[in-house]
Design a protein around this ligand. Structure first.
Ligand SMILES: [Zn+2]
Ligand SMILES: [Zn+2]
Length: 660
């Protein structure tokens, strides 16, 4: 007997091994591969080897790792779809469907006791809009996707929880996906308070052993409700009754490593395979999802009002060019924002200040010769971190000590340019010595407990001001926040990325939604050098649909999603010449093979040409229809295998989130 094995390596094809007896699909096995022993998954069986293969060259499987496959047939089917759709190696997809390092011993030793029944708690009444939304979700049996478009503070979470309760009442299970950043203490607490021990939590801050334990509780039907980030998509729930994807627009649903799948779109596919409704919730739906609602593929529910009739905050856009003239210098804070923060401190209210840039100074510049300090391994400038006294590359982590003199010309006029969150925190401490300030960014928030502590103190009122990157923008509910300031709203707009305006609009709308969630109306101050940009103007007025139309026009004429299917192909090489050569070779192949409606752009160096000592050249494949694009990518995979390009040298990214 023979088994087709998908290996856990970045390889698309499968390999044939002999087995003493047939093994069920998805069985984990250990196999010799070259001179190594590696893991793989059985994905097919055959009685005879193919004719062009000498049976003596086929090596035997050396170990069967699980007595029965841990991946159930429905999850296997989902993995297979992901591998096909995202041009991802099947072995890598199957591997990511299981907790790392789970063994048969863990599975055999599981003793999770019984599931305590959920307590029935008194619940708030739904508003008519919430009730109508729930009605749409349960409108019919079987698969149906629903976009729940609710402004910040409109009570989406309550709708999710009701939908889960109803599906539990019918004995079915529920899966809730949240973005990485969305797993704040509050979200966890709200769900835990309602569903308690019935719930399993899966997120990246879990230790490996905790992750295995949570997975086993689900596998053994002790946790019928799963809440988790991206990889929870593969939770082994049976008889799914509903899938919820909260903050569906978040780019963290797309894995930017192998396998490159989008958990939101894969969740829609899982719902389809399970015959369950799927709810995509957001205050700022992605262009793709709103387009699906517009064309009727998804049902659409709109919650335009905040609960308890709270008003949306009052938004001001400050023109920083005028501010420069008025203050006679490049100011970090406009008068309006600083006065606003000061007033809030005096009144015992709270402020959130957003700057999507960590560190102290964005970069260092020699004022005499213009030398800037770049990472030796990446084509980006290094960011100055004052507390640790480091120039740090935010892409690869390489760091060095800042120097007092320019290495090129010896000049001592080194200018520190562009402020980051670390500098904002210090400025606020200097300007408002009585205010209690905390910073929220990747440097200060290393563990889940850091979030718990800072957000807990802020909610208690033990802090006046939170300064931070986009981590402060998402999902939190702080009733005493009456002012949100965005220091440099332009930061994301300049990026060479077709989603730049969409991201900016989403971030501003989300952060504005943090203001005025209590009884006092909120205010938002956005600082920009381009105050007329439509992303600012429309975010200020929370005009989602106007933004969508404006942006849709741009995407349509420029042939970008959601009107065009897109795939990025990135070549990674050790030198610029090699990268250019391989990219050219791929471009020539694609040009010769492409069907008429498919367009090829490039090859060209990626905007971030060098990353981690690797040179990156890219191509874009665009197609009005999806099928020709996928067919072409299939041929490309075979071409790359035939040319024996080493594993991982060429990255195929279907539906990319960024083009960097
Ligand atoms: Zn110099
Ligand atoms: Zn670097």
């Amino acid at each position: 007997m023979y088994a087709d094995v998908a290996v856990c390596l970045p390889l698309w094809r499968t390999f044939l091994y002999s087995v003493p007896e047939p093994l069920p699909t998805a069985t984990r096995v250990e196999i010799p591969f070259g001179t190594r022993q590696i893991q793989g998954f059985v994905v097919g069986a055959r009685a005879e080897p193919p004719e062009d293969m000498d049976p003596d060259t086929i090596r035997p499987v050396t170990g069967v790792l699980d007595p029965a496959p841990l991946i159930r047939p429905d999850i296997f089917r989902l993995c297979r779809w992901i591998a096909d759709y995202y041009a991802a190696p099947l072995g890598e997809v199957l591997k990511s469907a299981l907790p790392p390092n789970i063994t048969a011993r863990h599975v055999a030793a599981f003793d999770g006791g019984t599931t305590a029944p959920a307590e029935i708690r008194p619940r708030v009444d739904l508003t008519p809009a919430q009730a109508a939304a729930l009605e749409t979700i349960r409108a019919r049996d079987g698969f149906h996707p629903v976009l729940l478009h609710g402004v910040t503070g409109s009570g989406k979470t309550e709708i999710y929880m009701r939908a889960i309760e109803e599906c539990r009442a019918h004995g079915r299970t529920a899966l809730v996906l949240v973005p990485e950043i969305g797993l704040t203490p509050q979200v966890r607490e709200r769900f835990a308070a309602r569903f308690g021990p019935q719930m399993a939590l899966i997120h990246s801050a879990l230790k490996p052993r905790q992750r295995i334990d949570e997975w086993l509780r689900i596998y053994n039907r002790r946790a019928p409700i799963v809440i988790g980030t991206r990889s929870a998509l593969f939770a082994p729930l049976e008889d799914l009754g509903v899938i919820i994807v909260d903050e569906e627009h978040e780019s963290s649903y797309k894995q930017d490593d192998l396998p490159r799948y989008n958990a939101r779109d894969s969740a829609v596919m899982r719902a389809k395979m399970s015959g369950a409704p799927v709810v995509l919730g957001s205050a700022t739906p992605s262009m793709e999802t709103f387009r699906n609602a517009e064309t009727g593929r998804y049902a659409y529910v709109h919650l335009p009002d905040r609960v308890e009739a709270r008003t949306l905050p009052d938004v001001t856009i400050v023109n920083m060019r005028e501010e420069y003239v008025r203050q006679g210098r490049q100011a970090v804070f406009s008068d309006r924002l600083l006065t606003g923060i000061r007033d809030r401190v005096d009144r015992g209210e709270q402020s959130i200040v957003l700057l999507n840039r960590r560190g102290y100074s964005m970069f260092l510049l020699c004022r005499r010769c213009g030398h800037s300090f770049h990472c030796r391994d990446c084509s980006v400038s290094m960011t100055y971190h004052r507390k640790t006294r480091r120039l740090l590359c935010h892409y690869c982590g390489h760091w060095q000590r800042p120097r007092d003199a320019c290495p090129d010309c010896g000049s001592e006029y080194i200018q520190y340019v562009g402020e980051g969150t670390e500098q904002l925190e210090q400025l606020l401490n200097d300007l408002l010595p009585d205010a209690r300030v905390a910073r929220v960014d990747r440097d200060t928030m290393r563990h889940l407990r850091d979030f718990d502590r800072v957000f807990g103190e802020f909610r208690k009122g033990a802090l006046d001001i939170l300064v931070g990157t986009q981590m402060v923008a998402k999902g939190h509910d702080f009733p005493k926040v009456t002012l949100v300031g965005v220091v440099s709203a332009d930061a994301a707009l300049g990026l060479p990325d077709f989603r730049a305006a969409e991201r900016t609009f989403q971030l501003l709308t989300q952060v504005a939604g943090r203001s005025g969630r209590g009884d006092v109306p909120g205010e938002v101050v956005i600082q920009s050098y381009f105050p007329d940009h439509y992303a600012f103007q429309l975010a200020a007025r929370q005009r989602f649909e106007d933004f969508y139309r404006r942006e849709a026009h741009f995407r349509r004429v420029m042939f970008y999603p959601p009107f065009t299917s897109l795939a990025g192909i990135m070549v990674l090489e050790t030198s610029r010449e090699r990268a250019a050569r391989l990219a050219r070779k791929i471009a020539d192949f694609l040009d010769a093979e492409r069907p008429g409606p498919v367009r090829i752009l490039g090859p060209a160096p990626a905007p971030l040409e060098k990353l981690n000592k690797t040179y990156r050249h890219q191509l874009l494949v665009k197609s009005a229809a999806r099928e020709p694009l996928h067919a072409l990518l299939g041929r490309l995979r075979r071409f790359l295998e035939d040319t024996k390009a080493p594993p991982g040298r060429v990255i195929i990214d279907v539906d990319p989130m960024t083009l960097m």
